[in-house]
Design a binder for this molecule. Structure first.
Ligand code: G1P
Ligand code: ZN
Length: 542
């Protein structure tokens, strides 16, 4: 039975680029989820009788939020609601399902790589029919609606059994509980040479995949262990847990340290990989060789045609501005464009839709392609496996060969978390003020070629984005980039990206922090980090 419930607005329901993200306790307030989901539906048009996909990363409060969302979707007139079994769907799988079903859109319940549990984070994001996050026009409309909402529509209907595959009726809508992996795996089979990868594992290639007790466990077990024959035990932390086992499900060198140490050991596996809470990020490590996400994008691009889905070649490559220029060198050699976009996956969507770019990536462990409209962790791992299987080469050898061909962009990111907000803003303002005088100056032996506050003109929709980060570009291809995080929750997070280009004839085998030591020193001195923030060293180094 349809029920209209009177409600009062919550003032803090502004969705960012990754949807609405708050502490679990905030989402648990009465009507909080209902208000936001109703505001989403009120901001959309023409979905009566259409399909909505719903799934999440299994974190604490996932199942409760999904039950609420199902009732609201049915009450608001969706005809078919497709939900991952147990409420589970990775972010890339939601994108794949929306596209495969020709659905109207989807709701993703996740806070990505943020910790979960009763004191952790939760989130709700709406994705459009193309499979990607809602554009600003929609998120602005949602936010406006949250401020004026007076009622939501729901049904007097009991919770449904999320574990039971099959269809049930909720009001007039059909709710289909589907295998969370099936549609996604089918897409992967189309893109990659599974036969070759099976051969790789059959030849004794050893891998470890750390699912970090988050959503990729079921995907990795079904695809790597079972279908590709990697064998039991390849997936570690493979059961999604509401609190991610107390871990921080962010696959970087700090939070995936256990995997890193395992794979870097002399007798370690040939290949290690990890993914984050909702399955869109990836970490790639070969025995003895960590691959930076920037290098990964470049190496995948250089070898992409070995995967059946990319055999026809790439239309272009896109990378976020702070991502190293390694991919630019590959694009130049392939004679295809390389687009430099502001930070955030949404800027890639237009380029992918317009078929101007095929692969895209960010230094923050995000890599993907035109197969969906989200970054995709398991996809990146399969792309690597496909290439290694075809090339019959180790990760370290492939990297060494790549650098001998293109040169090496030594790269690191230093984060200063929870800095005082006004100190962070003052630091950026001071940098901006110095920009005009920089070109031609010599800083610590590096000659400044150009310096700017990065701006992007979208070649597809003509929009302009300004103030996207301070770039100091040196002669010879090295650079320092400064920006404030747009996703931090406490104070300001200052990110400093340091990159040094070493030509093919140079010393290519150094440890990155060593190779970058002088530029790191310069990066701190130049922005007066210690004087302005009281921090002598970063909180996280990747
Ligand atoms: C961070 C990453 C960025 C990524 C975003 C969402 O944003 O740096 O590449 O797109 O998370 O996953 P930031 O905190 O730097 O604004
Ligand atoms: Zn994520």
């Amino acid at each position: 039975m349809l029920r209209i419930v009177e409600t009062k607005p919550y003032p803090d329901q502004k969705p960012g680029t990754s949807g609405l993200r708050k502490k679990v306790k905030v989402f648990q307030q009465p009507g909080y989820v209902e208000n936001f989901v109703q505001s989403v539906f009120d901001s959309l048009e023409g979905f009566a009788g259409d399909t909505l996909v719903i799934g999440g990363d299994g974190r604490y409060f996932n199942a409760e939020a999904i039950q609420i969302a199902i009732r609201l979707a049915a009450a608001n007139g969706f005809g078919r609601i497709v939900v991952g079994q147990h409420g589970w769907l990775s972010t890339p799988a939601v994108s794949a399902l929306i596209r495969a079903l020709g659905a109207f859109g989807g709701l993703i319940l996740s806070a990505s790589h943020n910790p979960g549990g009763p004191d952790g984070d939760f989130g709700i994001k709406y994705n459009i029919g193309a499979g990607g996050p809602a554009p600003e026009k929609i998120t602005d409309a949602i936010f406006a609606r949250t401020k004026t909402i007076t009622q939501y529509k729901t049904l007097d209907a009991p919770d449904i059994a999320l574990g039971r595959l099959g269809e049930v009726k909720v009001g007039a809508a059909t709710v289909a509980i589907v295998d969370p992996v099936e549609t996604y795996a089918k897409l992967m089979r189309k893109l990659f040479d599974f036969e070759a990868i099976r051969g790789l594992f059959a030849s004794g290639f050893r891998m470890k995949f750390d699912a970090m007790h988050a959503i990729t466990g079921p995907y990795a077990k079904a695809i790597f262990e079972e279908e590709l024959g990697a064998g039991a035990g390849v997936v570690i932390n493979g059961v999604p847990l509401p609190s991610f086992g107390g871990h921080h499900p962010d696959p970087n060198l700090t939070y995936a340290r256990e995997l890193y140490d395992l794979v870097m050991a002399p007798d370690g596996p040939d290949f290690g990989a990890a993914s984050d809470g909702d399955g869109d990020r990836n970490l790639i490590i070969g025995r003895g060789q960590f691959i930076t996400p920037s290098d990964s994008l470049a190496m995948l691009a250089a070898n992409a045609t070995l995967a059946p889905g990319y055999a026809a070649g790439l239309k272009g490559i896109a990378r976020s501005m702070p991502t190293s220029a390694a991919a630019d060198r590959v694009a130049a050699k392939l004679g295809i464009p390389c687009y430099e976009t502001p930070t955030g996956w949404k800027f890639f969507g237009n380029l992918l839709d317009a078929d101007m770019a095929t692969l895209c990536g960010e230094e923050s462990f995000g890599t993907g392609s035109n197969h969906i409209r989200e970054k995709d962790g398991v996809w990146a791992v399969l792309m690597w496996l496909n290439i290694l299987a075809k090339r019959k080469i180790s990760v370290a050898d492939l990297a060494a060969e790549h650098w001998r061909t293109y040169g090496r962009n030594y790269y690191t990111r230093h984060d200063y978390d929870e800095v005082d907000l006004s100190a962070g803003n003052a630091l950026m303002d001071a940098l901006r003020a110095r920009l005009p005088a920089l070109p031609g100056q010599s800083l610590g032996g590096y000659k400044v070629q150009a310096a700017d506050d990065f701006a992007y003109h979208d070649p597809v929709d003509g929009s302009d984005s300004k103030g996207q980060g301070v770039r100091v570009l040196f002669e010879g291809g090295s650079r320092i980039v400064y920006r404030l995080s747009g996703t931090g929750t406490v104070g300001a997070t200052i990110r400093i990206y340091i990159e040094k280009y070493e030509p093919p004839t140079g010393d290519l085998g150094q440890d990155a922090q060593t190779a970058l030591a002088d530029l790191i020193g310069l990066s701190r001195q130049f922005c007066e980090i210690e004087k302005r923030t009281g921090r002598a060293a970063p909180s996280v180094i990747t």
